[in-house]
Write a protein of this length. Structure first.
Length: 173
């Protein structure tokens, strides 16, 4: 018996909470909770049309809403830079491959000019190497080689006699 009473009490509390929640959410109004009344013994009368006075329209309605896009797209640029011009407005319909904005290309122009200058310099060096050395380059290299050979011969031929005597004097002294 006690278990049955507990169950009934829980059902009543649950119904009260559900009604309170529905009332708080605006799903139930106090008028809908009133029992319907019936007029007993009234006599039918002829219906007369009622003319309602015009009512001023409400100029704004405040509602909570959430806008959900039909389609979402993530945009990314193939290059970074400063935006020079935006070619579409918010809300515009766009087509695939349509240009949406233009980047400032001054940095890219400078980089292209530098790359072209480097290419020209490298091509000139390649042409010089293909043409072979100039006679003055060969003469300069030959003079440097002769000087290096002379130094090597002097070192390998032995130390000068004066240097040997000076070294002996330092060792024995």
């Amino acid at each position: 018996m006690r278990r049955v009473l507990s169950t009934i009490l829980l059902l009543i509390i649950g119904a009260a909470i559900a009604l309170g929640g529905a009332y708080a959410a605006g799903l139930i109004s106090p008028e809908s909770l009133q029992p319907p009344t019936a007029n007993v013994g009234t006599q039918a009368t002829e219906a007369t049309p009622q003319v309602n006075e015009p009512v001023a329209a409400v100029s704004s309605i405040i509602v909570d809403a959430r806008v959900v896009p039909v389609q979402k797209a993530d945009l990314s640029m193939s290059a970074s830079g400063i935006v020079e011009a935006v070619l579409v407005q918010e809300g515009d319909a766009v087509e695939p491959d349509q240009v949406l904005l233009r980047l400032d290309a001054s940095r890219q122009r400078v980089a292209v000019a530098q790359a072209q200058a480097e290419l020209s310099r490298t091509q000139a060096q390649l042409e010089q190497l293909k043409a072979g050395p100039r006679p003055e380059q060969v003469a300069s290299a030959q003079a440097a080689l002769d000087a290096a050979l002379a130094r090597l011969e002097r070192i390998t031929a032995g130390a000068e006699a004066g240097n040997i005597d000076a070294a002996r004097a330092q060792v024995s002294g």
